[in-house]
Design a protein around this ligand. Structure first.
Ligand code: NAP
Length: 465
């Protein structure tokens, strides 16, 4: 290596080191809303440095095709970044599919470049890379299709499914072991990758749309691990670090989400959850409920001294977060203590409510996590539920036959008055009725979240209280 090339390599290593540190800091800062924006920026700068450092690599002899790929990639990436917040889970799944596709292609190129002289360690890492990468490509595409409803959301199951799936995985692993000892057996390589691709489809079809976000974070973990394996193959430390961070954070997120929905991993992967929910959806009650108008709701809020707002998926759909912020301002101006109760799986993706409320500049210290606020509901005058349903369903605590039995929920029914903004008596994500709506202390505020909240704000500024 010439002096210049050696110098260049040192610079690249330094850039990679700074990028790795930025990725780690990004994850740390994204832990709390107060530093989340800084975290995103750190991640972005880290990624620019990682790409820049890679473009400095000595081995690159021509930038023409890299430029073409950059233009195509940006052409796909920019519109993907503009999707609605509610479509972020399927957008994320697509990103995983692209990342894993890239990993699988790079692994395949490396295999054909190196065969038959591949050391056993290198070959085993390469096999891990393409098996995980391959199943993540098709698994993520299936997950995105189910969430976007271009594929059926319901679980597709057949007899002996788990045995068929397991056998496929075992065959792919047996081929991988054979290739580790006989890397010249090039005819077996496409069979192994092909099985991984089919396995990804088979892995996701028995899982209902309800569990897709958890599956996506699990696939995120697989994509990260395959990228880390690629780092070993390419001898690239940055890829190993970034892949390991991605792999472990995706796994931790899946565990957190499963816990918040009171589901075990095996239950998510083999439970066919959507079927239960669909079956229960038929049993909707016809009991009477009490409803109220915006001016009645405004009067009740104005007379309260402690209010807890519970946002959910409906607030996201209605894009009501800015109006909710106006309501918060209007109530706090009157000296009312207003806090927000954030359920870990409210909405359709982790941190969904935090992101929306941060966008509307609701002060972070007003957002309370479920465990911190549940004890305060008996001292709460009004719980105002805005487009949330399942996360407030008391049946999760009392009805053993409920599909969400055991899921931790917000104890809103313990507050003096409960007001629920939603458009109808239709169920939420789990497809089940909510007994909260028929309780004595509950008032239904029927309407679109944005319109209803805006009408309450108007009533409040009109001089109630
Ligand atoms: P939810 O149970 O899905 O209920 C949302 C409610 O919002 C619906 O009942 C709907 O009732 C109402 N709504 C919809 N559009 C509205 C609008 N424009 N204005 C007013 N209301 C509107 O939502 P959630 O309580 O937030 O619970 C989240 C659910 O998603 C849980 O079951 C959770 O397990 C699941 N989940 C979450 C995640 C995650 O990461 N956050 C991941 C996977 C699954 P109407 O139709 O009557 O208006």
């Amino acid at each position: 290596m010439s002096d210049f090339a050696g110098y260049q390599q040192h610079i690249i290593e330094l850039i990679y080191l700074v990028a790795s540190a930025l990725f780690i800091l990004a994850l740390k800062w994204m832990n709390t809303p107060a530093t989340a924006r800084r975290g995103i920026l750190a991640g972005e700068i880290g990624m620019v440095l990682a790409i820049g450092g890679t473009l400095l690599q000595h081995g690159i002899i021509d930038y023409k095709w890299i430029l073409v790929a950059l233009v195509i990639g940006s052409g796909i990436g920019v519109p993907l970044g503009l999707v609605q917040m509610t479509a972020v889970p399927q957008r994320t799944a697509l990103s995983h599919a692209f990342g894993a596709f890239c990993v699988t292609l790079v692994g395949t190129a490396e295999f054909y470049l190196r065969t038959p002289n591949v050391q056993p360690f290198m070959m085993s890492v390469l096999c891990c890379e393409v098996i995980l990468g391959g199943l993540t490509v098709t698994g993520s595409l299936m997950a995105a299709g189910k969430l976007q409803e271009v594929l059926p959301q319901r679980p597709i199951t057949f007899k002996g499914q788990n045995i068929v799936n397991l056998s496929m995985l075992v065959i792919a692993i047996v081929i991988a072991v054979y290739l580790v000892h006989n890397p010249g057996a090039t005819h077996l390589y496409p069979v192994m990758v092909g099985i991984a691709l089919v396995f990804g489809i088979m892995l996701v079809i028995p899982i209902g749309g309800a569990d897709m976000p958890t599956v996506i974070s699990l696939l995120n973990s697989y994509a990260g691990l395959s990228a880390a394996a690629m780092g070993f193959v390419l001898n690239n430390k940055l890829l190993i670090i970034a892949g390991a961070l991605d792999g472990s954070s995706g796994f931790i997120l899946s565990v957190i989400m499963s816990k918040a929905m009171n589901r075990s991993f095996t239950n998510v992967l083999f439970g066919a959850f959507g079927q239960v929910a669909a079956a229960a959806a038929g049993a909707q009650e016809t009991r009477p409920v009490k409803s109220a108008s915006p001016d009645e709701a405004a009067g009740i809020l104005a007379a309260a001294s402690k209010v807890v707002i519970v946002p959910g998926y409906g607030m996201a759909v209605a894009q009501a977060q800015h109006k909710v912020r106006e309501l918060y301002d209007s109530l706090t101006k009157r000296g009312i203590d207003v806090r927000f109760a954030i359920h870990p799986v409210a909405g359709r993706m982790p941190g969904h409510m935090n992101v929306l409320l941060a966008e509307a500049d609701v002060p972070y210290d007003r957002l309370m996590e479920m465990d911190d606020i549940n004890g305060d509901f008996p001292q709460t005058d009004v719980s105002l539920i805005i487009g949330a349903n399942d996360v407030t369903n008391p049946a999760a605590k009392t009805d053993q036959s409920s599909p969400i039995y055991g899921m931790p929920v917000l104890d809103v029914e313990r507050s003096h008055t409960v007001m629920v903004i939603k458009r109808s008596m239709n169920p939420g994500f789990a497809g089940i009725d909510n007994p909260l709506y028929y309780m004595d202390q509950t008032l239904m505020l029927f309407g679109d979240a944005k319109v209803f909240v805006s009408n309450i704000v108007k009533e409040l500024s009109g001089g109630h209280g």
